[in-house]
Design a binder for this molecule. Structure first.
Ligand SMILES: [Zn+2]
Ligand SMILES: [Zn+2]
Length: 175
């Protein structure tokens, strides 16, 4: 996702609005999670010297499988995205300590275009839920026969892998 910085670099100090649409490499997202819409990055960019500040947001949609029943789940991503870009060769210009701290995560670019791919990927990754579930009340799959318990009821006996079911089996023996 290459962002053209020609305009802001030319009109120093002016905020230029931008909108960039692209995609991320497959390995930029965790396994099992894929984009199902283009990644849209938009906002404003302002150059001061060879430094360009970006203030904007990211919008896209990702698809994964429900952790319980494996059906496809899509999640909309809409988050703030800020970045500092520095032209290669000017990273160590005389700047004060405060600015230096703000530039630790800066993206170095060459010429007049900056590759935002990995910065955008990182921001998208931070927005991913810990786990994808199709609904809070998803019943998941039967551990014995694999039936989707949201849609059908199978006749399988409850599994013995929980301490409670083991206890229940003990009591039923006494009866
Ligand atoms: Zn589910
Ligand atoms: Zn079953």
């Amino acid at each position: 996702m290459l962002l053209d910085l020609t305009e802001p670099l030319k009109y120093q100090g002016d905020s230029c609005s931008f909108s960039l649409e692209g995609t991320l490499p497959q390995d930029a997202l965790p396994e099992g999670i894929a984009l199902c819409a283009p990644v849209l990055v938009s906002g404003t960019i302002t150059a001061i010297g060879h430094r360009v500040a970006l203030v904007g947001n990211i919008q896209t949609t990702v698809r994964a499988s429900c952790a319980l029943c494996l059906c496809p789940v899509t999640t909309r991503i809409d988050c703030a995205f800020d970045a500092m870009m520095i032209r290669e060769g000017y990273e160590n210009e005389q700047i004060d300590a405060e600015e230096q701290a703000a530039e630790e995560d800066a993206i170095v670019f060459q010429g007049s275009a900056c590759d935002l791919t990995w910065a955008v990927a990182e921001a998208v990754n931070l927005q991913l839920p810990m786990r994808f579930v199709c609904s809070e009340s998803c019943k998941g799959l039967c551990p014995v026969c694999g039936a989707d318990l949201n849609h059908e009821t199978c006749g399988c006996a409850p599994t013995m892998d929980s301490p409670f079911s083991a206890l229940a089996a003990l009591y039923s023996k006494d009866e």
